[in-house]
Design a protein around this ligand. Structure first.
Ligand SMILES: [Zn+2]
Length: 289
């Protein structure tokens, strides 16, 4: 199970030009990160009714089942918005960064918060036209910003990324990143570059990071990953030729072959990431052949 798998709850992510009402969730962001309350790992979202919401701007984000989520912004008179932010902070709310949000519960709200943060950050980064510098305007019926002066249009940016488990029978290549906060086992991963098919990305990344050739590339699943504005494509593949790892030390601090037995001993499900789900599948011998 991964973070976006919130069944039986259903996400409706289609933008609609809706008006906020008292019972809706109204989220606040600062510099693209959400201002939230949490108690013992549980997220709590403010409702519009908690504020003078009629005097603020509220952009519709998405719905989960019959719960609607909006993002607050200052209205003509900014005082209602400022008062709302102050009252949230006085009640103990603080910035929860996107990369931390997914660990909170309940899962569907953690995913909602990560998505809301992704969208808030996109709005924050696209207030002005990148071509002519004038203010961008929200499209009527879709999540798109456009420039009334030069016609430039901007959609939320989502970058494709491959994640791959390279197998040699009962062994898999695991790695750790050289930089960043993630210290768990990782799989080989990388961004799609201009002009590449996703399989070409996979082969290039595997060669660059661990110096292996691979074959029998089989698609497993994909995962929207709001933390980095990416869409992760998970593949299993088999090593072809030499098994010797040549580790790229600028990207990875280490990489080695891990047996199923070791994987089973060392790993537990995190119910968040595609990487962990794929490693758990490998540990149990259930990966696609
Ligand atoms: Zn423009």
């Amino acid at each position: 199970m991964m973070t976006h798998e919130i069944y039986p709850a259903v996400l409706d992510n289609q933008y609609k030009n809706k008006t906020v009402s008292a019972a809706d969730y109204l989220l606040f962001a600062k510099g693209g990160e959400l201002l939230l309350s949490e108690e013992e790992g549980m997220l709590r979202f403010p409702k519009a009714a908690d504020f003078d919401f009629g005097a603020m701007r509220a952009v519709y984000l998405f719905s989960i089942d019959d719960e609607q989520f909006f993002l607050a912004g200052p209205g003509e008179d900014e005082s209602a918005y400022e008062a709302a932010v102050k009252s949230l902070e006085d009640a103990g709310a603080g910035i929860i960064r996107r990369r931390e949000i997914l660990r909170f519960l309940p899962r569907k709200y953690a995913f909602a918060a990560a998505l809301a943060s992704q969208i808030a950050s996109w709005y924050d980064n696209n207030r002005f036209c990148g071509h002519c510098g004038r203010p961008l305007v929200h499209a009527e019926n879709e999540r798109m910003m456009h420039c009334p002066d030069c016609g430039n249009i901007v959609y939320p940016r989502i970058s494709p990324v491959i994640i791959t488990a390279i197998l040699d029978g009962d062994k898999v290549v695991v790695s750790r990143y050289a930089a960043g906060p993630y210290r768990q086992y990782a799989l080989i991963a990388g961004y799609n570059e201009v002009g590449e098919s996703i399989e070409e990305t996979l082969k290039r990344e595997v060669m660059e990071e661990v110096g292996l050739e691979v074959e029998n590339i089989r698609y497993y699943k994909c995962q929207p990953w709001p933390v980095t504005d990416t869409l992760l494509f998970g593949f299993f593949c088999d090593v072809k030729g030499s098994r010797t790892l040549k580790v790229d030390k600028t990207e990875l601090s280490e990489a080695h072959w891990l047996s199923r037995k070791e994987a089973k001993k060392e790993l537990t499900a995190d119910n968040i990431s595609l990487t962990r789900e794929m490693l758990m599948l490998f540990a149990e011998g259930k990966e696609p052949r």
